[in-house]
Design a protein around this ligand. Structure first.
Ligand SMILES: [Zn+2]
Length: 196
C-alpha cells in the first residue's frame, strides 16, 4: 500500500538556497593549525610551490578533483577544515600574509631554542670558571677546560632540547594562533564590506 504522506514529505526537503552548512566560527573551531604547519613552512621556504588548489578558508592544499567528466567536477572537501570547494571557491595560491603567520611560529621557536642553548653554554662557562678557582695550581688546572668543552656541548643540548623546544613551541603556537585569529577577523570584515 502506497503511503501518500511519505511521498509528500520528501518533496519540500530540498536544500534551501542560502543555507550554509558550516559557519566561519564552526570551521575555525574544527581547524588545527598544527596540521597545516609543515605544509605552510615548506611553501614559505620555497620547498614546495605556492600554486595549485588551496582551500579558501584555511589555505590547506586540496586534493585534485577527478577529471573524468570535465563538465561536472565533484566538489572536494578540505581535509583540514571540512570546507567544500563548491561552498567557497578554491584559491590558486596561499597569501603571503598567511605564510608569514606560520613562519612567525617557526622563528619564535628557533629564537627560544637558541636562547636556551646559549644559556647552557654560559652555565658551562660559569661552572668551569668555578672549578678553575677551586683547583690547586697543578695538573688539575686541565679539568676546567674539559668541563668547558664537554659541559657546554652537553648543557647546550639539554637546555636547548629539554627546555627550549617545549617552551618555544608553546610560545610559537600561541603567537601563530593569535595572528591567525586576527587575520580571520580582518578577512571577515573585508568580506562583510564587500570586495572592491
Ligand atoms: Zn580548509
Amino acid at each position: 500500500m502506497l503511503d501518500d504522506r511519505s511521498v509528500n514529505e520528501q518533496q519540500p526537503s530540498t536544500a534551501q538556497p542560502g543555507s550554509d552548512s558550516g559557519t566561519t566560527a564552526e570551521r575555525s573551531g574544527a581547524l588545527s593549525l598544527d596540521e597545516l604547519q609543515d605544509q605552510m613552512e615548506s611553501i614559505a621556504l620555497g620547498q614546495s610551490p605556492n600554486e595549485g588548489r588551496f582551500c579558501a578558508f584555511c589555505y590547506g592544499r586540496l586534493s585534485e578533483p577527478i577529471r573524468r567528466r570535465p563538465s561536472r567536477l565533484p566538489a572536494s572537501l578540505c581535509e583540514y577544515c571540512g570546507t567544500a570547494s563548491d561552498q567557497l571557491r578554491p584559491v590558486r595560491e596561499v597569501p603571503a600574509e598567511v605564510l608569514g603567520i606560520y613562519l612567525a611560529k617557526r622563528r619564535r621557536e628557533g629564537l627560544i631554542v637558541n636562547l636556551f642553548a646559549f644559556l647552557g653554554i654560559f652555565l658551562a662557562l660559569a661552572i668551569s670558571a668555578g672549578i678553575w678557582l677551586a683547583t690547586p695550581d697543578n695538573l688539575w688546572k686541565i679539568a676546567p677546560f674539559a668541563v668547558l668543552v664537554l659541559g657546554s656541548y652537553y648543557l647546550a643540548r639539554v637546555a636547548g632540547y629539554n627546555v627550549g623546544v617545549p617552551l618555544g613551541s608553546t610560545s610559537g603556537r600561541k603567537l601563530r594562533n593569535e595572528r591567525w585569529t586576527a587575520y580571520l577577523q580582518g578577512r571577515n570584515t573585508v568580506e562583510a564590506l564587500g570586495e572592491p
